[in-house]
Design a binder for this molecule. Sequence first.
Ligand code: ADP
Ligand code: AMP
Length: 215
Amino acid sequence: MVGPPGAGKGTQARRLSAERRLCRISTGDLLRAAVDAGTPLGKMADEFMSRGELVPDDVILDLVAEELGRPACAGGTVFDGFPRSVGQAEGLDRILGRGGERVDRVLEIDVPEEEVLRRLAGRRVCKNCEKLYHISFGPSQVEGRCDVCGGELVQREDDHPETIQRRLAVYRQTTSPVLSYYEERPGVTVIPGDRPVDEVAARVRRELAAVGSGA
Ligand code: ADP
Ligand code: AMP
């Protein structure tokens, strides 16, 4: 899934992986876990993340290659927030090619920039189980507390105005060329993301119905 920060990639990728029992690889989640754990990778990544910059391609590709080696990912994977540069897309083709695999579908989640800004400003995430909320579009029942586990809901460090602007600029400059990379093969399906979560999910489901069924 490709789209600007706040497009709803995480929201949709989680649903899809649960429904289709696919492994989900979110490089953002993996990096945040490393930052929280205080590992050398986390310390290095934090320097880039807190500025809204991309973590270097070689670091990301090592992370993805390791994740893909997990047995849970043998039946197919949804990539959320990856690849974010043409270098990463080329690297992914190399990694998948070793196992005779390939990218089946690329979904571009398309959301206008003013909506993305509203979504990022109101995004909250459970510190404990990582469930996503939005203060207006998908609030928790009790303010500041997760409906599922009761954990504390927090705002992401990089969901602040200056960092958001930088992340959007990085998307335009470095990530959007990934869509041209995939234009020839396998092609890119544009999903209008400025619709309610269930509607977007239904569209994603429809687009991917044939994937994995041999079609
Ligand atoms: P991304 O992974 O692309 O950065 P998220 O899935 O984290 O985006 O969504 C960003 C914010 O927008 C979250 O607060 C989420 O709850 C909210 N959101 C996601 N999809 C929708 C939607 N279709 N309509 C309204 N709000 C949404
Ligand atoms: P996300 O959770 O996908 O919004 O990612 C949060 C931040 O993590 C980004 O702004 C980048 O700094 C970093 N990041 C996540 N995925 C990647 C990636 N594929 N390549 C480079 N940096 C990434």
